[in-house]
Design a protein. Structure first.
Length: 597
């Protein structure tokens, strides 16, 4: 395809502003998919994405569009995820295209994540076409939102395209704007092959599928290629474009986007951002790579039933085939037995992985408290990266502890501002900026990541009735007065409940956790002390009193089938419990105990 007949673009949008619906419409209107095959949200392949309505893996589609000028164009859309955890995926897909559609819900306006993503597009030198969606809604205020786009983002919104992705209104204008306003890609067909590895995923039938954008040269089926970073060489089995189903193609030239398979075993063997070239006639210089994704939130995953450990190991290995950004190392816990310490890009990522393990692999899991990576500076100069509070070294050897801090940007309607400031203040935040944009406040806070990973986002949503939007970036490691707090149940430490906490907040957190646990742990035949401690010192204590009368007495007499039913219920309930010394703790307690409210 001629370069001037190609347009490559991505769509930048806040969650729920209608990116997937618009993508579906573009695909539908150009007849890329037969009407009867059209499922809503075609690009969100995974079930979980569909259910949660979020886009996780970047994906791509090629659309043939006969434009008003009589020529047919090839439009390549690379889908980008909208959530902050997946920011690195956004940045990589931005490098592979020349322009972006900025989709803003005309009834909501610009949100924090829109800002973060649009700045990535600007950094990648994109031409940006603003698109105002949902103008069918009575609450839509296109003029106000245009002003806001100009004020907040600083791009010209005077010729923004007004659409309703739901009704289909304005979609043809979007297609024309892509052709007229976005630049064609550049590249040299005669130069040695230089292609960018944009993404890769594991397909159970095809093995690893690699998404590429060709910069220079031509790639053909059967070619012997080389990955410049890893040095690995492969022979292409198959070359295809995504429409969005795979359609085989003989070659891809400059500016084109497509996928190949080459008997690659693991996603790990394909480094996103790597440069692909021909083994025999390589290009002189590799493309600048992307920044790698580093896990920032860690937690333990343990099977409720210890017999499921091997099944969990298998499931984790399978998931990792497809998601190289999550890490897992075997871990043993005195309380929970064998499990894995897993690292994630953020909380949502953690939830998605845990959900998939439970659902797709039918496992019952205990998730321990999410923790960030603390840097422990030892007196002898050694620096330890602490992924698990249970591994905290003896304090006598510790000089000081550093924790990751973030810059958080929150956009919120005026009336909830007070609650948001209080929440940030309660979480050891330092206010850095407060401005007003289009009737809303934009607050910038410096916060400890540790205070955010647990339930900050939930709390933010609840105090603002869902009207706040939130985005963050890790800024630096900083020293603070941090300690490890342990929880003892019936005088036995439960390692899975230990947390790192600021010294000034330890008493309050400890008290809250003990009170919660008192409600979460069922009564036993004996009295159970529940304590929070720092080192050997108890800082909070509750006592769960003993069961007074024998409730099983109820089961005697009566009819046998009722008795049996009760026993079955008990058994099912027991499966969700873990034994700690003499005490049984329900699975749900591990997370619930940590919620702060
Ligand atoms: P993520 O995939 O999570 O990033 O969300 P998204 O931006 O792709 O949003 P999606 O397309 O899933 O749309 C979110 C919701 O808005 C859905 O319930 C859509 O049906 C609805 N929606 C999308 N476009 C329109 C529109 O033009 N008008 C109205 N009224 N609703 C719309």
């Amino acid at each position: 395809t001629d370069l001037d007949r190609i347009r490559n673009f991505s769509i930048v949008a806040h969650i729920d502003h209608g990116k997937s619906t618009l993508a579906d419409r573009l695909i539908q209107l150009t007849g890329t998919v037969a009407e009867r095959d059209m499922k809503d949200q075609l690009l969100d392949a995974m079930d979980i994405e569909r259910e949660r309505g979020i886009t996780i893996k970047a994906n791509s589609v090629r659309i043939d569009y006969p434009a008003k000028d009589g020529k047919t164009y090839v439009l390549n859309l690379i889908d980008t995820p909208g959530h902050v955890d997946f920011a690195y995926e956004v940045s990589r897909s931005m490098q592979a295209v020349e322009g972006s559609l900025l989709v803003v819900d005309a009834s909501q306006g610009v949100e924090a994540q829109t800002l973060a993503n649009v700045y990535q597009a600007i950094d990648a030198d994109h031409e940006i076409v603003p698109v105002l969606n949902k103008i069918d809604l009575p609450a839509a205020e296109p003029e106000r939102v245009k002003e806001q786009i100009e004020d907040v983002i600083g791009i010209d919104a005077s010729d923004a395209v007004e659409i309703s992705a739901k009704t289909g209104l304005g979609i043809p204008d979007v297609l024309e704007a892509i052709v007229q306003r976005l630049p064609a890609p550049q590249g040299d067909r005669d130069a040695p092959l230089k292609a960018m590895l944009v993404d890769s995923w594991y397909d159970p039938y095809l093995g690893v599928v690699v998404l590429i954008r060709v910069m220079d040269g031509v790639i053909k089926k059967g070619d012997q290629i080389k990955m410049m970073k890893t040095g690995a060489t492969y022979k292409l089995d198959r070359l295809a474009v995504l429409k969005p189903a795979m359609v085989n193609i003989d070659e891809l030239g400059p500016g084109e986007i497509g996928v190949f398979t080459a008997s690659i075993k693991q996603v790990r063997d394909t480094k996103v951002g790597d440069t692909i070239t021909h083994e025999k006639k390589p290009c002189a210089k590799a493309l600048p790579g992307f920044k790698p994704s580093i896990p920032v939130v860690f937690c333990g995953l343990f099977p409720v039933d210890a017999n499921d450990f091997e099944a969990l190991r298998d499931a984790i290995e399978k998931l990792q085939l497809n998601d190289a950004s999550f890490s897992a190392e075997m871990e043993t816990s005195a309380a929970l037995g064998f499990g894995f310490r897993c690292g994630f890009l953020g909380l949502l990522h953690l939830e998605v992985v845990r959900d998939r393990l439970e659902r797709e692999y039918d496992l019952d899991l205990i998730t321990t408290a999410p923790s960030v990576v603390f840097k422990i500076h030892m007196k002898d100069g050694e620096v330890i990266e602490l992924h698990n509070p249970a591994d905290m070294p003896d304090l006598t050897y510790v000089d000081h502890i550093e924790e990751p801090r973030i810059k958080a940007t929150i956009l919120v309607p005026d009336e909830y501002l007070g609650d948001v400031l209080k929440l940030c203040q309660d979480r050891r935040g330092i206010q850095q900026d407060l401005t007003y944009v289009g009737g809303r406040a934009m607050v910038v806070y410096d916060l400890p990541l540790a205070e955010v990973v647990f339930d900050f986002y939930d709390r933010l949503k609840s105090v603002t009735k869902g009207y706040a939007s939130f985005d963050y970036q890790i800024t630096e490691y900083r020293e603070d007065y941090l300690v490890k707090m342990s929880i003892l149940v019936n005088d036995e430490p439960v390692d899975a409940l230990s947390i790192m906490v600021h010294r000034d907040r330890a008493e309050a957190r400890g008290r809250a956790m003990c009170e919660k646990l008192k409600d979460l742990i069922p009564r036993h035949m004996f009295k159970i002390p529940i304590q929070a401690a720092i080192g050997g010192r108890v800082i909070a204590r509750e006592t769960l009193s003993a069961m007074r009368k024998d409730v099983t007495a109820k089961c005697y007499g009566g009819d046998a089938s009722r008795k049996k039913k009760l026993l079955e219920k008990q058994k099912a309930g027991k499966k969700k419990m873990r034994q700690f010394g003499k005490v049984e703790i329900p699975q749900s307690a591990f997370i619930a105990a940590l919620k702060m409210d």
